[in-house]
Write a protein that binds this ligand. Structure first.
Ligand SMILES: NC(=O)C1=CN([C@@H]2O[C@H](COP(=O)(O)OP(=O)(O)OC[C@H]3O[C@@H](n4cnc5c(N)ncnc54)[C@H](OP(=O)(O)O)[C@@H]3O)[C@@H](O)[C@H]2O)C=CC1
Ligand SMILES: CCCCCC(=O)O
Length: 483
């Protein structure tokens, strides 16, 4: 069935003709992708994987040009993470695509039923700037695995990566399968007026609400991968050297511009000073081993732009103005958008740095007495994307995992749960809607169609057809009593 052309009411004057043409081209192509088998989809994903392998240096160069992301971090968090998603998808795609038979209840005896996975159609992927390659191509892999056509809107804050993504689309895909549309807020606003079948948005909760409102106009499906203040709790039983290593890595990777970065640390009072000492040693080892200064380290990224630098410098100033102490770091240089890995103590709970997502290399430590105080502190705030627990006490671990709601959690680790292909990734409440990665990503971009097949001349319900005679009423009595 040919997809209906966008009628005049849908193409409001604020949607440019080229956008409508691109959308129509994809929508007209959806029946072709719907008919493809696992082999055809896998071939497309292998072509993508080969392109990424062949363009490793170009990806590193683009990320470095955008905000001096170290090549090693690009390899790990942009290239390897994307290739791992493709590899896992290729290993399971045939299975995921198979219809799933379900059992038959007594009341439907004689029927056969299954769940059939069909593509949603034309999907929109809106990516953020902090992992601009992985967070654009990762969702694209899921969309293609599920048989969709896709519009990809990268962030304009990372223009070198956006240009690279456009080249990737042109070199790997048919323009009717995937199109990359570069632009900022205005482009995104226009795109959100189109009747996409699913919108996969990664970004801030504020913009996530804008996306969800726009999706309501067309009842588009949404996956919202949002952010928030992900807490880490370090109790008095924790291995502090181990906790320091993992907290410093997770916090200062990508200069703290990571959605699942530990935003702040709740540390049990008696071990705060020792934790600070351990963190200081790890920061020095990771970013200033020769004493040349972190600003000269090739292992530490920059803040993405002046606006975010100013925002973070403002958080640091406000924290200090409300009594915080800079225990480690604190150096800033606006000319190169540099903020050193910084650990803060004596942070006022009502200071700005404890109200908004930091999304930068500032790590406030907040002391607590009892675990219930720590849980109450977290639960008094919007539900986080991740929670981290550092403890050697199984009961403390259970208490915190059972009494704090978060999108995901890691115990004695940070961030890496995001790279586990068998785990659903996503937020809850203010930190997100829906799950991604692996099979969860495939399902996000699929319609799970329920199918029941009946034999001709038979129906489980015929005995209950009208007229509703006393015999039918007796059958209903039996039904309510036994089935
Ligand atoms: N859950 C997850 O997996 C992740 C969540 N995040 C979260 O994303 C945020 C940081 O990313 P950031 O890019 O700054 O997020 P934004 O919400 O600012 O932007 C996300 C996307 O939305 C676009 N956009 C911005 N403003 C609007 C608007 N008014 N209407 C429509 N689209 C708009 C952006 O375009 P443009 O950039 O071109 O303006 C970008 O493509 C943090 O909150 C972080 O926690 C980040 C990474 C992963
Ligand atoms: C591999 C690391 C990716 C992190 C994506 C984020 O949390 O922003």
């Amino acid at each position: 069935m040919a997809a209906a052309t966008l009628s005049a009411p849908e193409t409001s004057p604020v949607i440019s003709s080229e956008l409508c043409a691109a959308f129509e081209r994809l929508r007209a192509h959806t029946p072709v992708l719907r008919r493809e088998d696992a082999t055809a989809r896998a071939t497309r994903l292998r072509r993508l994987a080969a392109w990424i392998t062949g363009n490793r240096v170009a990806i590193q160069t683009a990320l470095y040009a955008d905000f001096r992301k170290p090549a090693a971090e690009t390899d790990l968090t942009e290239i390897w993470s994307t290739q791992a998603e493709i590899k896992h998808t290729l290993a399971h795609l045939r299975q995921w695509m198979k219809p799933r038979r379900v059992g038959t209840p007594l009341s439907l005896l004689g029927t056969t039923s299954w769940v059939q996975y069909e593509p949603k159609g034309v999907c929109l992927v809106m990516a953020p700037w902090n992992y601009p390659f992985y967070l654009a191509v990762g969702p694209l892999v899921s969309a293609l695995a599920a048989g969709n056509c896709c519009v990809l809107k990268p962030s304009e804050l990372t223009p070198h990566v956006a240009t690279l993504l456009r080249r990737l689309a042109e070199e790997v895909f048919d323009p009717a399968e995937v199109v990359v549309l570069e632009g900022g807020k205005d482009m995104a606003t226009e795109l959100l007026r189109l009747p996409f079948d699913h919108i996969f948005f990664t970004g801030s909760p504020e913009v996530g609400k804008i996306v969800m409102r726009a999706a309501a106009e067309h009842l588009s499906g949404v996956t919202l991968e949002l952010g928030g203040k992900s807490p880490a709790v370090v109790d008095a039983t924790a291995n502090l050297r181990d906790a320091a290593e993992k907290l410093v890595w997770g916090k200062f990777l990508n200069a703290g511009q990571t959605c699942v970065a530990p935003d702040y640390v709740l540390v049990q009072e008696p071990v705060q000073a020792e934790l600070v000492r351990e963190m200081e040693a790890v920061i020095r080892r990771n970013y200033n081993p020769a004493g040349a200064g972190v600003e000269n380290s090739e292992s530490f990224a920059r803040i993405v732009n002046q606006q975010h630098f100013n925002r973070l410098a403002g958080l640091l100033e406000d924290a200090q103005a409300t009594g915080a102490t800079v225990a480690v770091g604190g150096e800033v240089d606006g000319r190169q958008c540099f903020i050193a890995p910084t650990v803060l103590t004596q942070v006022a709970p009502d200071s700005r740095i404890m109200q908004e997502e930091i999304f930068g290399p500032l790590l406030p430590l907040v002391p607590f007495g009892t675990l219930s105080e720590a849980a109450d502190f977290i639960n008094a705030r919007p539900k986080p994307l991740a929670q981290y627990v550092f403890t050697r006490n199984a009961e403390n671990q259970r208490y915190l995992l059972d009494n704090v709601s978060a999108g995901g959690a890691a115990v004695n680790e940070t961030i890496v749960h995001l790279g586990h292909s068998e785990l659903p990734f996503g937020g809850v409440g203010n930190s997100g809607v829906g799950k991604a990665h692996g099979h969860y990503g495939f399902l996000a971009f699929s319609n799970e169609k329920a199918v029941l097949r009946q034999r001709i001349g038979r129906t489980s319900i015929k005995l209950l057809y009208p007229p509703y005679t006393p015999k039918v009423r007796r059958m209903l009595d039996l039904l309510l009593r036994y089935l």
